[in-house]
Write a protein that binds this ligand. Sequence first.
Ligand code: GRG
Length: 295
Amino acid sequence: MDFPAAFKPYLRRVEAGLDRLLPDAATPPGRLHAAMRYSISAGGKRIRPVLLLAAANLGKGKPAGDPIAAAVAVECIHTYSLIHDDLPCMDDDDLRRGKPTAHRAFDEATALLAGDALLTHAFALLATRYSRKPALATALAAELAEAAGSRRLIGGQMADLLAEGEKVASADAIDFIHLNKTAAMIEASLVMGGLCGGLDRRAISTLRAAGRSLGLAFQAVDDILDVTVDTARLGKTAGKDVKAGKATFVSLYGLEKARKLAAGHSAAAVRRFRKLPGGAPFLVAVAEALAGRGN
Ligand code: GRG
């Protein structure tokens, strides 16, 4: 498969959806809406919303609902988490997606509020855009709330902050951080896509398991890139994790073993995607492309 060519139409749909479903930058207060749009359009890879759309495509026949609003909701949550992660009280970073972070481009209070507003907007989208399919709306909101909540994304971030500076973080601590800070949103994206596509329970649980493997592979690759790629190519400050004494796959296992882990988790994701209806070739290609990034 020509992966970049297959990725492009999904990406176009995501970019158009983001532009259409976010409040206009001129909506009062303009500074807040401009900050929301600034961070959303700063050039993320859009992995999560693309995974969501691709999972929705696996459904045969009439989909349960148009997945685009769910895809935008997922990217809103992801972007809010990045804005807050970059704040001085957390990672205190100046660069994200190759641009000044939101609190640098605007100010700290505006960045905090833009993150809050993106988080709230995600659930507004699910409630309003799927109101004619209340069962779907409820399932999507429950899935996203669980993934983004205190047991998963936010819990993973808390554990990450608590582990910072500890001389040796345990393998269990690292697994908890990565399963929740990173894999939760990737799992949820795939599951929400499956729900929109009307997939059966078995396929949904395969998506969840594949998402968990893909999420762990994604984080292992992110940890590897942090120590192997420069800031310009990374779009965020390189070497930051090591400097901050972060618990990463590389700090615990070393570069070579982290590479093996990334390859193993990607291969597990591929095996699971292949069990999905039609063998899910695009999702398989995503997992394979990810494995390639870490080498
Ligand atoms: C503040 C609740 C809260 C959570 C923050 C996102 C996050 C959690 C921390 C950022 C640091 C980090 C390494 C997170 C793991 C997930 C990850 C690799 C995020 C970056 O995702 P990409 O690479 O980013 O998909 P783009 O910019 O392409 O969207």
